[in-house]
Design a protein. Structure first.
Length: 748
């Protein structure tokens, strides 16, 4: 082995050793060594020997500290500030450095430590008095590779001047030659912890994220790629009462565009990861000849946004490390992450509730909030093909700002062709086999069949071309009209928006037109135009049926109520059959309750009740949780109403009365719900022969419907958000009147 190879081997061991020292958890350190050494037994043995030696050094100085300190003081009193006393003092533990001076800086407190460097809070006395952060290489860690990375970080920070990036104030070397640099002291916590501790809603989290994008864009414009964007490298500090994110730790930053961060060589050992696996782009994980550019940071920003929205990263860090190096790379390169809204579906109920609480929103509403634009924005940033990602950090930040401004975003749902291409790439062997069989069968059909198909294809080519051109033109026009309608809706010009999108609603346009179709459906319902309301809602429901994990069950409830009011019994029955088929195996109590309630607005037969029993049981069990009432009283009161309706349709009238009375706890929270409960109680008492009770409950329901129904619809947001609650009450009230009054007026 020649000298160059020996130097490279030593330097490689030093790099792995420094990285391993930063990992304090023994299991995580073991997993890192397994991946970093990748079967190189000599490298593994050398690094483990260095780690064992470090333990011995730490133990020696810890045990010897009480005896060494008087010796140092005695030597200093005799020899003044000679090298012996100085070097021995520097060999003591890190706490012994406190109170020392490095240049004009007095070390006050150790605030951070890695494998190769230590960060202190220091006080500068001249030319200005201020607190700063001073980073210095550890004694004994001043190898060429460590110094090179240290200087690279210093140069990277010095090139940038942005309010969201920690500034470099000074640099130099200690008397013993250890380089240091001085940074702005950032007093803050990592961004995910700050957001959760302060329960920031989605809008405020996105505001902070936009500032981070602007900071990374500034770094890119200076020719710097961060390459390790993650929550612990983004601290949130308070300035004049306003939270300000600060990007720190450019320790593994890379210069682009020919910039040189340092005259020394930054050596990256083969098979050694640079970055954090959970936030690492596919091209970083691949470690091929493909150069890393600024779009790698875009991917990491996408992971950060994913975590801010859901509380989880697309791929779990611990699982990646435990899977081994080869499987880790395969996952990052090939496995598609699930959308943020789908990720929430996979969380345990308690975990989902906690995630929603940290964002000041109810769990079902959080799923609906992420569905659509935010899903698209995140998934565009996380594209495996970097050419399909946002090309700049500023582009990502601007698209998030468009979302906050309720403007159309650049990110769009992937086309069917793109999804098919992804499917082929994931299943190459199957598609190759199927393709080979298909080609064999086609060849066996003979020349005459081929000629016939070719002739027919030529005959219809022109017709298909014209049809496709017309379809594409129609779709483009539809999207343009929908974009215009979004602005009209924001300006409350609903009549103009309704006229503009007339005839457009279809499953193809529902995803982009969701922000228009839903408010127009609410408006039509409030005006009593049930046919128009059902038209808008039917499109939203059809799209939801293709994506059950992202279901908006309120759209289904509105649609069921609109069909009953319209008097379209056949469409209502078809809707009920599809809902039961789609959600029969749901484990979500909210989806279960709304599904069986939607299917019981009209009297049903025994087979329908049997099909809904499992969903009703799930809803009933969820009310038994004594903590559930503390989470969302209003939601659980609606759940009791639905169970009262289920028991009434099942013929269990005492059970219906029991659930109805439970729903009336804290009854002042929702008058529309009260009206529905009174109607159910009236019908249950009537079936039990308790005429006086039946009439009393019906009178309460009628009084609320007659005197408060229109006021409830006209009550601001209640008109457009919860009109279907009042419609449910009116539907049940009509049935109660028909049952009770028709019986009382019949001949005795």
């Amino acid at each position: 082995m020649n000298r160059a190879m020996i130097d490279a081997s030593i330097q490689r061991a030093e790099d792995v050793f420094c990285a391993a020292l930063e990992i304090k958890n023994p299991d995580e350190r073991e997993a890192f060594l397994e991946n970093a050494c990748a079967g190189d037994l000599d490298l593994r043995a050398r690094v483990e020997a260095m780690l064992d030696s470090q333990k011995e050094v730490d133990r020696f100085f810890l045990d010897s500290l009480p005896a060494l300190k008087p010796t140092v003081e005695a030597c200093q009193s005799v020899a003044g500030t000679n090298d012996f006393g100085k070097n021995l003092e520097e060999s003591l533990s890190a706490d012994e450095d406190l109170g020392k001076r490095i240049g004009p800086y007095k070390l006050l407190q150790k605030i951070g430590e890695g494998g190769c460097g230590v960060v202190y809070m220091a006080e500068q006395e001249a030319p200005v008095r201020r607190r700063v952060a001073l980073k210095v290489i550890k004694l004994g860690m001043d190898t060429k590779s460590v110094i090179a990375r240290f200087e690279a970080e210093r140069q990277a920070l010095a090139m940038m001047d942005h309010p969201n990036i920690a500034r470099v104030l000074d640099a130099g070397a200690t008397e013993s030659g250890r380089p240091y640099f001085v940074m702005e002291l950032v007093r803050g916590i990592k961004i995910t912890a700050y957001c959760d501790e302060n329960c920031l809603d989605t809008r405020h989290r996105l505001d902070l994220f936009i500032q981070i994008c602007q900071a990374i864009q500034h770094a890119h414009q200076k020719g710097i790629i961060h390459r390790d964007i993650k929550p612990s490298n983004i601290l949130v500090t308070m300035q004049d009462g306003v939270p300000v994110p600060k990007v720190i730790d450019f320790g593994i930053a890379k210069a682009t565009g020919g910039e040189r961060l340092t005259d020394k060589t930054v050596f990256t050992a083969y098979e050694q990861f640079i970055g954090t696996p959970a936030y690492m782009s596919p091209e970083q994980a691949e470690m091929s000849a493909l150069d890393i550019d600024t779009r790698s940071d875009i991917y990491s920003l996408g992971v950060l946004l994913y975590e801010l929205l859901t509380g989880k990263t697309p791929f779990d860090q611990k699982e990646l490390l435990e899977s081994g190096l080869v499987e880790m790379r395969r996952t990052l390169r090939e496995q598609e992450p699930v959308r943020p809204s789908t990720k929430l579906k996979d969380l345990q109920p308690d975990e989902l509730t906690q995630t929603a609480v940290h964002r000041r929103v109810e769990p079902p509403k959080l799923k609906m909030l992420l569905k659509g634009d935010l899903d698209w924005i995140v998934m565009k940033a996380l594209e495996k093909d970097r050419n399909r990602r946002y090309q700049t950090a500023n582009g990502l930040g601007l698209d998030v700002q468009r979302y906050l401004n309720n403007e159309p975003v650049i990110a769009r749902s992937p086309s069917r062709l793109y999804r098919f291409q992804k499917l082929v790439r994931r299943n190459k062997i199957i598609f190759v086999a199927v393709g080979a069989v298909s080609l064999t069968l086609i060849a066996g059909l003979g020349t005459s069949t081929w000629l016939f198909l070719k002739e027919r294809e030529a005959r219809h080519e022109a017709q298909r071309g014209r049809a496709n051109e017309a379809l594409l033109r129609h779709q483009a026009e539809a999207r343009e009209k929908i974009a215009q309608a979004v602005l009209l809706v924001e300006q409350n010009r609903l009549d103009e928006a309704d006229q503009l999108v007339s005839g457009i609603p279809s499953p193809d346009t529902a995803l982009v037109g969701e922000a228009v179709f839903r408010p127009l459906a609410d408006r039509s319902a409030v005006q009593g135009n049930w046919r128009r309301a059902a038209e808008y809602l039917s499109v939203l429901v059809q799209v939801d049926q293709f994506e059950p994990s992202d279901i908006s069950t309120l759209d289904h409830t509105k649609y069921a109520a609109a069909l009953v009011e319209l008097g379209d019994r056949q469409s209502y029955e078809d809707f009920c059959r599809k809902s039961i088929s789609q959600f029969a195996n749901s484990t979500d109590p909210v989806i279960a309750e709304r599904t069986f309630k939607n299917c019981l607005l009209l009297p049903v037969d025994a087979s329908r009740l049997a099909a809904l029993t499992t969903l009703a049981d799930l809803a009933a069990k969820s009310t038994a949780d004594e903590n559930a009432w503390k989470i969302n009283t209003r939601m659980l009161q609606w759940r009791c109403l639905s169970l009262a309706l289920f028991e009434y349709r099942s013929g269990n009238y005492h059970g219906a009365i029991d659930w109805g009375n439970r729903s009336l706890v804290n009854h002042s929270t929702c008058e529309a719900r009260e009206a529905s409960v009174y109607a159910i109680l009236a019908m249950a008492y009537h079936q039990l022969g308790q005429t006086d009770n039946a009439r009393a409950e019906l009178a309460l329901s009628r009084d609320m419907i007659d005197h408060k129904f229109k006021a409830g619809l006209d009550a601001g947001d209640g008109a457009h958000g919860f009109w279907f609650d009042w419609i449910l009450g009116r539907i049940l009230e009509r049935e109660a009147i028909a049952n009770i009054e028709s019986t009382s007026s019949s001949p005795k």
